[in-house]
Design a protein. Structure first.
Length: 275
């Protein structure tokens, strides 16, 4: 019998599918960048809210300002305004230092929490923009969808495979429900979906050996990203990053795998010379 939780997850996923299709295939450059900033702001809000469960006195204003400045520096660099990008980046650094050291005691490690969303959330999202509009003029949207498909089928196969056959814990101190069997099924799901899409939508772009290497790397990175967020939530003693998406939790709960898989994927594309 299908559980109510599964029905809720599927129902909530339907509007997400439409949003993803618009975002990856139809949004122009301005709409894509603005939407990316909104996604980063939501992610930073969820991260800040989680840290407050640990009584870490992080300032939401500082997190939001950090996102805006980071993307402004990126946009200046994107448009070739190197001097302006450097100036904004310096100001961004000053903002982080100010809120880290002049808002509380000097021995605080708050600077690490302000830097975490920069590298964990903002940077991967800017890489998404690069893949969509620069790294491949013809295949940009398809490459993003390829990454999304591999990671999504990794999640789906890992969930059902682990539920049916899972016995040995993968990382019991981080996420007790994740199993080695589920991880293997996730890898198989990624290989199956990625291979089918590559041959149907992007024939000839990936030689078979490099395709398999790429899919395996994406799948492993996605699983590591999932474990990283689980570790963060366990540290903050929360179940979900938020209740933004019924049945799925928060935004970070849905994109955690992509945040690690994206830098790995773009590195592989550069190494393979795909453009």
């Amino acid at each position: 019998m299908i559980s109510r939780d599964l029905i809720l997850r599927v129902s909530s996923a339907i509007p997400l599918v439409f949003f993803v299709c618009w975002f990856f295939f139809l949004a122009n450059e301005i709409a894509f960048i603005i939407t990316s900033i909104i996604i980063a702001l939501i992610g930073n809000y969820e991260l800040g809210s989680a840290l407050r469960h640990k009584s870490i006195k992080i300032k939401f204003f500082a997190l939001y300002l950090s996102v805006v400045l980071f993307f402004l520096a990126f946009w200046c660099l994107w448009k070739g305004l190197t001097d302006y990008a450097l100036g904004v980046f310096i100001f961004h650094t000053v903002v982080i230092l100010f809120f880290s050291f002049f808002q509380q005691s000097w021995d605080s490690k708050l600077i690490l929490w302000y830097l975490l969303p920069v590298f964990w959330i903002c940077l991967p999202i800017t890489l998404l923009i690069i893949v969509r509009f620069r790294i491949s003029e013809f295949y940009g949207s398809l490459l993003i969808f390829f990454l999304l498909l591999v990671s999504a089928f990794n999640d789906i196969f890992a969930y059902f495979g682990g539920k049916k056959f899972g016995k040995r814990p993968l990382a019991p101190t981080i996420s007790p429900k994740k199993t080695i069997e589920g991880s293997v099924f996730g890898l198989l799901g990624g290989l199956l979906s990625g291979t089918i899409m590559a041959y149907c939508a992007m024939p000839g772009l990936f030689p078979i050996g490099k395709l398999l290497m790429t899919i395996i790397a994406i799948t492993i990175a996605s699983q590591i990203g999932d474990l990283c967020e689980s570790k963060f939530k366990r540290y903050c003693q929360i179940k979900d990053s938020s209740n933004l998406i019924p049945g799925h939790g928060g935004l970070l709960d849905r994109i955690d795998g992509y945040l690690i898989a994206l830098p790995v994927f773009i590195g592989i594309l550069l190494l393979l010379g795909i453009h």
